[in-house]
Design a protein around this ligand. Structure first.
Ligand code: SF4
Length: 220
């Protein structure tokens, strides 16, 4: 049981809360375990550079300064895919990523030092012979990450909004085409291409609706 000093947490009480706030980002020291198949690709999710992220121990969001690859959450929640909610335990404890090993919620120093440092990106992980490497490069060129902060703060003019609408539809067209060609599951797609732009707009108050002529956006 965690020691407590005047109501302040001094150790791990195995409450599991840290595992419900989003899966950990992977770092270069995790590459060996990754290459051994410890965490299959469809258990990973890519956060593209520029997507808005919560910094650990903070409610603030800001654009990620680098691409991140994380263990994904369970469907519809931020809980790490390896977290057993009933037993409140990590199901891969001996093989958990490095950032989980250093995490001490009562003493965030080590975690804060790791943020966006020596993190893995997709190209560290995708095998050289995997034909999807070239498609990822092409996708990044054709569908750059938009300025989500400007969208969030409603700093886009009419033309800017049109560009986002175009991007949403281009993004879907390209990733759907590649997913069909390579028979990718949705989970595999989330690793190779990250989340589609329209999904990332929803929490920013921009709703998308599928119509005959593609997605239309509603800026609430
Ligand atoms: S890998 Fe294990 S310790 Fe790390 S967040 Fe997931 S459940 Fe928690």
């Amino acid at each position: 049981m965690a020691a407590k000093k005047q109501g302040v947490k001094m150790g791990c009480s195995q409450c599991g809360i840290c595992c419900t706030k989003g899966g950990p980002a992977l770092h270069s020291v995790d590459l060996e375990l990754l290459k051994k198949g410890t965490w299959p690709l469809d258990h990973l999710i890519t956060i593209r550079k520029g997507e808005l992220v919560h910094k650990p121990f903070s409610e603030e969001v800001s654009p990620s300064s680098t691409e991140l690859v994380k263990l994904k959450g369970k469907k519809g929640s931020w809980s790490c895919t390896y977290f057993d909610e009933d037993l409140k335990r990590c199901t891969i404890y001996e093989k958990r990523p490095s950032s989980c090993s250093v995490l001490e919620c009562w003493n965030p120093t080590a975690t804060l030092e790791l943020i966006e440092k020596d993190t893995l990106i997709r190209m560290d992980i995708i095998a050289e012979q995997d034909p999807l490497r070239a498609y990822v490069v092409e996708y990044e060129a054709l569908c750059p990450v938009p300025d989500y902060m400007a969208i969030r703060e409603r700093r886009l003019d009419e033309n800017g909004r049109k560009q986002i609408s175009l991007l949403v539809n281009t993004d879907l067209r390209i990733r759907n085409g590649i997913a069909a060609k390579f028979k990718l599951s949705v989970d595999q797609e989330m690793f190779y291409f990250g989340r589609p732009v329209f999904q990332l707009l929803a929490p920013l108050g921009v709703q998308s609706r599928q119509g005959y002529q593609g997605m239309t956006l509603n800026w609430l």
